[in-house]
Design a protein around this ligand. Structure first.
Ligand SMILES: Cc1cc2nc3c(=O)[nH]c(=O)nc-3n(C[C@H](O)[C@H](O)[C@H](O)COP(=O)(O)O)c2cc1C
Length: 361
C-alpha cells in the first residue's frame, strides 16, 4: 500500500502491517480468537480488559499468545471518582424491581453492588505479562502510573473526545491518542467537559485534533469499511479504531441477539444512554433503554448503576431477552457484516481506492 508518511510512522511504531485497530471492548466481546485473528491479519487486536479480574486478564493474554505471535494491546478504564448515594441506589432499585420480577431475579439487590476491580492489580497483571501497548479510556491514571509505564517502555494510548482532552493527554506524555467521535459505539471516553458538550462527530474531531497535537491520532467512531478508513487518513488520522464492525464477526464474544440487532439495525436505531451503567454510552434502543430514560438524571454514578443492572443483563442474556441487554453499537451499524475478522480486514484493504497499490504506479 502507498500509505502517507503519518500512517507509515504508526505502522512501524506499533509493529503492525495495516492501520486498523480492533477496538478494545470490555464485556467479553474481545475473545482471544478475535484479537489473534486481527493481529494475524496485520491489524492490532486489543483486549477490552476493564471488567476483568487480574487472573482472567492474564488468562486471556496467555490464550491470545497461544494463537498469535503478533503484538496486541490491553485497554483499561482510568479509575474514576464516584459518589455513592444510598438514596439513589434505593430509588433506582425500586424502579428496576419490575424487571427483576419479570426475569425472576431475587430482589436482594444490595448484594449486587460489587466493589470495582482494583485498577492497580489489573495494571500489575498487564506489566507481569510484559504487554507492550496499553490504552486507556475515561481519562488518565495518575502521573506516577504513566511514569511507571514509560519506564517499562510501554506505548501508552489515551482516548480523547475533544481537542482539549487531546492536548492534556499529549502534555502528560501519552504516545498516541484515539479521537473518539460521537458516532462511536460503547461508552464515551469524555473526562474534561460535560458529556453533552463533548459530542463531536469523527469528521469534525479528527482534523481539529490532528492540528492541535504533535502525536499520532487514531480515528474512532462510525468507521466500518475502506471508505471510512481512507476518509480518516485523509483527515490526518494515522489509523482507525473500529469497534462495531468487529462485534458481528464470528470470533467476537457478542451475544447472538446483540449480533442480530446490529446486523438488522440502521443508523437511527442507536442512542446515547446512561441507564445501563450510570455513564453515557451508545447502544441500540430497546425496551430497557426506552423505559428507563426518564430516570437518566437520577441514576447512581458509574460503576454503581452498572453493578445494579448486572444481574438483569446477565439473566436477560441467559434467557435471550435482548430487550434488557446493553446492545452497544455505533451509528455505522447499517454497514455491519458477519464475516470473519481476517476477511473483514482483507476486504478493507482490497477496496481501497486512494491508497491502494495500483494508484502508486
Ligand atoms: C461493545 C463496545 C464496547 C466498548 N468498550 C470499550 C472499552 O472497554 N474501552 C475503550 O477504550 N473503548 C471501548 N469502546 C469504544 C471503542 O474503543 C471505539 O471508540 C468505538 O467502538 C468506535 O466506534 P464504532 O463502534 O463506531 O467503531 C467500546 C465500544 C463498543 C461498541
Amino acid at each position: 500500500m502507498n500509505w502517507p508518511n503519518h500512517v507509515e510512522k504508526i505502522l512501524s511504531k506499533l509493529d503492525i502491517a495495516l492501520p486498523i485497530i480492533q477496538a478494545p471492548m470490555a464485556g467479553g466481546f474481545t475473545t482471544p480468537e478475535l484479537i489473534a485473528a486481527v493481529s494475524n491479519a496485520g491489524g492490532l487486536g486489543s483486549i477490552g480488559a476493564a471488567l476483568l479480574t487480574p487472573e482472567s486478564l492474564c488468562e486471556i493474554i496467555q490464550a491470545t499468545r497461544a494463537l498469535t505471535s503478533k503484538s496486541f494491546s490491553v485497554n483499561l478504564f482510568a479509575p474514576l471518582k464516584y459518589e455513592r448515594s444510598e438514596e439513589k441506589i434505593q430509588k433506582i432499585n425500586e424502579i428496576m424491581a419490575v424487571y427483576r420480577q419479570e426475569l425472576n431475579i431475587s430482589p436482594s439487590i444490595t448484594a449486587d453492588i460489587k466493589q470495582p476491580i482494583s485498577f492497580e492489580e489489573q495494571l500489575e497483571a498487564v506489566l507481569s505479562e510484559k504487554i507492550k501497548i496499553i490504552s486507556f479510556t475515561f481519562g488518565t491514571p495518575g502521573s506516577e502510573i504513566l511514569r511507571k509505564l514509560k519506564n517499562h517502555q510501554i506505548i501508552v494510548i489515551g482516548t480523547a473526545t475533544t481537542v482539549k482532552e487531546a492536548i492534556l493527554l499529549e502534555k502528560l506524555g501519552y504516545d498516541i491518542i484515539v479521537a473518539q467521535g460521537s458516532e462511536a459505539g460503547g461508552h464515551r471516553g469524555t473526562f474534561l467537559d460535560s458529556f453533552e458538550n463533548s459530542m463531536i462527530g469523527t469528521m469534525a474531531l479528527v482534523p481539529q485534533m490532528v492540528d492541535a497535537v504533535n502525536i499520532p491520532v487514531i480515528a474512532a467512531g462510525g468507521i466500518m469499511d475502506s471508505r471510512g478508513l481512507e476518509a480518516a487518513i485523509i483527515l490526518g488520522a494515522c489509523a482507525v479504531q473500529m469497534g462495531t464492525a468487529f462485534l458481528t464477526c464470528p470470533e467476537a464474544g457478542t451475544h447472538p441477539k446483540h449480533k442480530a440487532a446490529i446486523l438488522e439495525g440502521t443508523e437511527e436505531h442507536t442512542k446515547i444512554t446512561s441507564v445501563f451503567s450510570g455513564r453515557p454510552a451508545r447502544g441500540i434502543r430497546n425496551r430497557f433503554m426506552d423505559e428507563m430514560e426518564k430516570y437518566q438524571n437520577s441514576l447512581p454514578d458509574y460503576p454503581l448503576q452498572q453493578s445494579l443492572t448486572s444481574s438483569i443483563r446477565k439473566k436477560a442474556a441467559e434467557l435471550n431477552r435482548e430487550e434488557f441487554l446493553a446492545l452497544w453499537a455505533g451509528q455505522g451499524i447499517r454497514l455491519s457484516q458477519s464475516k470473519p475478522a481476517a476477511q473483514l480486514l482483507l476486504e478493507l484493504m482490497s477496496r481501497l481506492t486512494i491508497f491502494n497499490k495500483t494508484n502508486n504506479k
